[in-house]
Design a binder for this molecule. Sequence first.
Ligand code: SF4
Length: 324
Amino acid sequence: MSIETTEAAQLQTGLSPAEILQPDWTGPSLSPSRAGDFKTCPLLFRFRTIDRLPEQSTPDQVRGTLVHAVLERLYDLPAADRTPDAAFDLVRPSWERLLEQDPDLATLFKGEETGGGTQAEVLIEVQPGEAPVLGVDDFLASARGLIEGYFTLENPQRLEPAEREQLISTVVDDRLRLRGFVDRLDVSPDGQIRVVDYKTGGAPREAFEAKALFQLKFYALVLWRTRGVVPRVLRLIYLKDVEVCDYSPDLEELQRFERTVLALAKAIEAATAARDFRPQPSKLCGWCNHKALCPAFGGTPPPYPEVVPAQRTAATSIAVEADQ
Ligand code: SF4
């Protein structure tokens, strides 16, 4: 029976024993975000993982966090109640909860009034570090717009996710812990797994598609290693483009991917030992917070930290966050 025909079934919940998150693990760990950073640009990896330079959240990123929260809570409702209106009603309370957690988010917005233009256009134009230009009401309306699009892609009344915002983890090759948060897992009665990731960013999708697929394969690898099942479908839901992309990995591909991740971890360890993290300019530089410090753009990185606490070393760092 396929996942597609069993969406209404509530299936598995909870972690398998192998998914207990290795609380005593002291070896190297890697998240898909940090692995993706190193692949994109070793210097970006250094700035984020070793220097731990602060990054200014953009309205796009905050909107992504908000929409993820709403979609997660939507599935707390009984299936029949998962309507667009119910989802819209979750937007403001979810926003207020985010504000409680981080009152500084309010500084992203100039007030309650819109500055004109469509909200989507305004959001896309906002780049890291730019001054806030949005009103909160406009911002919340733009989040509702993404959620409205979601309902054209999936029918949440017919879905019963097995897990949401789930931390998954495994150790591969007895030497590297892989871990990350999965937006949603659907599991069919016969155990087939679909991994679902919501993408909300305003950046051009083609610029990030390879990174998104890398992230999903990373999750697929962890799930295969912990549950012994190759996920049937890796699903990317692009809420801004209102489009779904499904991909089906196979076992050989995940085995190759595991070797790739292990090689990447070795490369990170070598770069850390040599303190050699080179810039790798690409079109993604347009979304980099640290251009001013980047030699590729005439900048100078800060001195390499002389004493790097264990949790900040490249090989042992984990910074798991939602990729939006
Ligand atoms: S600006 Fe580009 S090359 Fe420089 S650190 Fe950022 S991503 Fe890397």
